[in-house]
Design a binder for this molecule. Structure first.
Ligand SMILES: C[S@@+](CC[C@H](N)C(=O)[O-])C[C@H]1O[C@@H](n2cnc3c(N)ncnc32)[C@H](O)[C@@H]1O
Length: 298
């Protein structure tokens, strides 16, 4: 099949209604307008079902016509504390329905400081606000430290990271921020020198869904990883990791060169030539490897 041809079909609202999702039923049951993409309901159900029926604090950025506030109440049940964050002061209207509403700009770090000082720690924050890089990044960076262990920060409409009207593509797009957090989570592995995003103190893992990124908060799972052993019996098995790989010839040549290279006098002419040769072999081996990998990319 041509890589450029999309093999997927559309899912209609009728199809969705047959999928038996509690979140979709909650959406349809909401009296007020909400507009959500078809793909979001499966993601919400998967990510948020563990919180239903519980005494959680749930925050949604972006209130608009109030429809999603009622969807969340229908879905989580009466024990949930549901808080809306909105720039438009008219959203205060929904306080009369028992929701807590905070008016402010999600891209303002000071707003988040006063918000968490008033509200305390939370379990889940879902960002459906203005969808710009600045708004999404500030919201995640300022809220993650206030999320309880086992909680989530979910950002939706992350396709804006690919859209020109949102100033993208950009090195500082929201998606690149999310990848930076992933690099920092991997930075917890001792010998890796990658980005050091402070979120890796609180975020144990990052989940990517279509147009949605979910940061899982769990401080207990944020630590430097070290090797372990079960002290079982060994058969002194040989590690075959390079055997059978195309380009293995170069791999074994490289290993032979490396052994010889280590025996050479430091700073000697022979060692300098050997270093150059070693680097060239490595370069050729990497180029061959890139060619094999490239065909699996979109
Ligand atoms: C997509 S609508 C929210 C829809 C709602 N969640 C629903 O599903 O029915 C986005 C909302 O975010 C609000 N918004 C936009 N920029 C904002 C900002 N910087 N801070 C807070 N809210 C913002 C808009 O006023 C708008 O009401």
């Amino acid at each position: 099949m041509d890589k450029k041809q999309n093999p997927l079909s559309h899912k209609s609202q009728d199809d969705l209604s047959r999928d038996g999702l509690a979140i979709y039923d909650s959406y349809i049951a909401s009296e007020y307008l909400s507009i959500k993409h078809t793909s979001y309901f499966h993601a919400y159900e998967k990510l948020l079902s563990p919180y239903t029926g519980r005494e959680i604090t749930f925050v949604e950025v972006g209130v608009f016509n109030g429809g999603s506030l009622f969807m969340w109440r229908n879905f989580f049940g009466p024990k949930a504390r549901i808080i809306g964050v909105e720039f438009n002061p008219d959203a205060k209207h929904w306080e009369s329905e028992g929701f807590e509403i905070h008016i402010g700009d999600q891209s303002d770090p000071l707003f988040w400081e006063s918000f968490f000082a008033a509200v305390g720690s939370i379990d889940v924050l879902l960002d459906d606000g203005g969808h710009s890089n600045d708004q999404q990044i500030t919201t995640v960076a300022k809220s993650a430290p206030h999320v309880n262990d086992g909680g989530l920060v979910i950002v939706e409409d992350t396709h804006t990271s690919y859209m020109a009207q949102f100033g993208n593509p950009s090195k500082y797009s929201f998606m690149n921020y999310a990848f930076d957090v992933v690099d920092s989570v991997n930075n917890r592995f001792p010998t890796i020198q990658s980005s050091k995003n402070p979120l890796a103190q609180w975020v144990s893992s990052v989940e990517f869904l279509e147009s949605i990124v979910c940061f899982h908060v769990n401080r207990g799972e944020c630590f430097v990883s070290t090797p372990t052993t079960n002290y079982g019996a060994t058969r002194d098995a040989v590690d075959f990791r390079h055997h059978g790989t195309p380009g293995q010839g170069f791999g074994s040549l490289r290993r032979k060169l490396f052994v010889k290279f280590n025996n050479l006098e430091p700073n000697s002419r022979v060692r300098r030539v050997a270093t150059a040769l070693f680097s060239s072999v490595l370069y050729v081996q990497n180029r061959l490897s890139f060619q094999r990998q490239k065909k699996y990319f979109g």
